[in-house]
Structures are given as C-alpha cells and as structure tokens.
Design a protein around this ligand. Structure first.
Ligand code: NAD
Length: 331
C-alpha cells in the first residue's frame, strides 16, 4: 500500500513515517519544511521514502504530486501547530490549515484515493471543566489554531458527504515524545532547565492536558488507515491527565533541578483550562489503546532530549529570534 504523508518532517508525522517504513509501507512525504519541519527526524529511514518539498498552499504542485505518486491513502498531518504563534500570526494558520487542506482534499478527490486520514485535534472541542468529549460533542474552538483546525476537520467531513471522498477523521490529545520542537511545553522546560534558565509557566500552572506518547498516537493513525470507517471520527486520548505544573515538576525531578527555576507568567489569552477525550470508540472499533504510561513516557522523553541536546540547542537560536520579535526577549 502506498501512503502519502503530509507533514512527515514534523514531530508526529515523522514518528508515523518511521513506523510506516519499518512496517513495509511504500511511503512518500510532502512537507514544506517550515521552521517546524526537519528531515533530520527521518535520518533513521533515510533513502527509504520519497520526499517532495511542497507547500500545501501551492495548489498545482500539490495536484502534481498526487498525479505522479497515485497514493492509495493520504495521511494529512501538515499544519501550523503552535497555539501561541496562532495568536501573533493567525493568517498563516488559516492559509495552511484551511486553504492548504482544501487543496489537498481537492487533489485527493481528483486522484481517487482509497482513504484520506485527516489529523485533527482535541482542541477543536474547546475546554471542558468536567467529563469528557465524545465524537458527537459540538466543536467550539478557542484559539486561531484550533479554529483553523476545526475548519479543516469540517472540510474533511464535508468532502466525504459532498464528494464521497473516504475521509476518516482522527482527533488526538496532547502529544509528547522525542523530536518535539522546543516551543512546546515539555521540550521547552527541559531545555530551560538544562540551561538553568527561568522556566515560564502560564497562569498558576493548573491547566490540564491529556498526555499521549507520540508512538501511541502514530499507532492510532495506522489503526485508522487500516480499519477506520470513512465518514467516521475517532478520538485518540490516553486518559492520562496532568496539570501543567505537575508535568514541569516531574521533569525537574528527573533532571535533579530545583523547583525555584519555575516562574509563573501572564496567562495565554483564551487559554483552555482542560481538555479530556472519551476514546472508547477507537478502542472498540479500531482495536487501539495507548501502551505508554505518562511516568514511563516522560522519562523516555527527557532522556532523549538530554541525549539530543545538540539538536535542541540548534533550534534554540531560531526560537530566540522569534521570542525576541514577539515577546521582546521574554521567551
Ligand atoms: P509540527 O508543527 O511538528 O509539524 C508540522 C509539519 O507540517 C512540519 O513538518 C511543517 O514543515 C509542515 N508544514 C507546515 N505548513 C506546511 C505547508 N503549508 N505545506 C506543507 N507542509 C507544511 O506538528 P505536529 O505536532 O507534528 O502535529 C502534526 C499534526 O497533528 C497537526 O495537524 C496538528 O494539528 C495535529 N495535532 C498535534 C498535536 C500535538 O500535541 N502536537 C495534538 C493533536 C493534533
């Protein structure tokens, strides 16, 4: 089976590509290599996939790749993915996540693919104080990021209804693991702790996220590729809820660094308090469940980040210039 993976040079997409190559799939990757994309994440499978450096907003090139490759399945990870950036530059989020997704959907209709797996997010539901979102819960996004992802999610389902494109929608919770770009909570905390710099925590750190190890997320996407029913939505969670402050303290404890590094900073505007998913459907219908508990996953992640400190620090200089531009050096 031939897979076309968009965003395959990103954090989750690259984990999926590494697993896909090892599983024997014929894989091609389409990625624009924005600041968030890095082919180094694929060095362990180098030469075993084809690569197209293409921006999803370049409609004719997207169509050409699908015409040339004729994939059986499209797995769509590519997106602008960082909430904070969506607050300072929303245009690129709407352009990539909405218009880019529409281009890919149109190209997939023309190519007549067997399946289109659309990677959405738990953030499309907005926040929930108690209980869990099911796949039938209304979409109520809070940030430009989640609003653009909700649009992409809905476009996918509309293309199933309107054009019969066999779209399967996957809504994963917060991912963590090796190769995550150090603007996201866990790698940024590890990096700052290693540098003995103050660790910024939004508000009072009480926000709750459901943490999913990246290899488990990729396994869920394979289950959707193989068993997902077109037109259906699957929540992919872990039920491993942690407050941000608990995550930060767990990292400091693994690294043997003092909690005095923690500095509470002004909360992110529109910051969702809690996300939580009911993912029974994925367990029942896809036969998937997460394998990695948070305590094990965080150990493995911190160990990887420490061992790959060079890679982390290389990302830091470009990040610092972004933080300087946006927050005046308070990154
Ligand atoms: P990422 O930011 O690490 O990677 C995104 C990839 O998409 C990068 O390789 C980038 O170069 C590429 N890309 C960006 N704009 C593009 C464009 N215009 N054309 C082509 N390629 C482009 O993201 P991630 O964390 O790996 O997330 C992957 C997907 O999973 C996204 O759709 C995201 O919304 C979703 N998701 C992420 C999480 C999470 O916790 N990271 C949780 C749920 C859902």
């Amino acid at each position: 089976m031939k897979l076309l993976v968009t965003g395959g040079a990103g954090f989750i997409g690259s984990e999926f590509v590494r697993q896909a190559v090892e599983r024997g799939y014929d894989v091609c990757v389409l990625d624009a290599l924005t600041y968030a994309g890095d082919l180094e994440r694929l060095h362990s499978v180098e030469g075993r996939y084809r690569f197209y450096r293409v921006d999803l907003t370049d409609r004719s090139r997207v169509f050409n790749v699908l015409k040339e490759e004729k994939p059986d399945v499209v797995v769509h990870f590519a997106a602008e993915s960082h909430v904070d950036r969506s607050i300072v530059e929303p245009t690129v989020f709407v352009t990539t996540n909405v218009l880019g997704t529409q281009n890919l959907l149109d190209a997939a209709v023309e190519a007549g693919v067997e399946k289109f797996v659309n990677i959405s997010t738990d953030e499309v539901y907005g926040e929930i104080a108690q209980g869990r979102f099911t796949e039938e819960s209304p979409l109520n996004p809070s940030s430009p990021y989640s609003a653009s992802k909700a649009a992409a999610d809905m476009l996918g389902r509309a293309y199933h209804r309107t054009f019969g494109l066999p779209v399967v929608t996957v809504r994963p919770s917060n991912n963590y693991g090796p190769w995550q770009y150090p603007e996201k909570l866990i790698p940024v905390v590890v990096l700052k702790a290693l540098l003995n710099e103050p660790i910024p925590v939004y508000g009072d750190g009480s926000n709750v996220r459901e943490w999913l190890f990246v290899s488990d997320c990729a396994r869920a996407v394979f289950a959707a590729v193989e068993k997902g029913e077109p037109g259906r939505v699957y929540n992919v969670g872990s039920s491993q809820e942690k407050r941000n402050i608990e995550v930060v303290k767990a990292i400091l404890s693994i690294l043997g660094k003092p909690e005095s590094l923690i500095t509470f900073v002004k909360d992110r505007p529109g910051h969702d308090y809690r996300y939580a998913l009911d993912w029974e459907r994925a367990r029942r219908e896809l036969g998937w469940e997460p394998a990695v508990k948070f305590e094990e996953g965080i150990e493995r992640t911190v160990k990887w980040l420490v061992e790959n400190r060079d890679w982390l620090e290389r990302k830091l200089s470009e990040l610092r210039s972004f933080w300087n531009r946006v927050y005046g050096g308070n990154g």
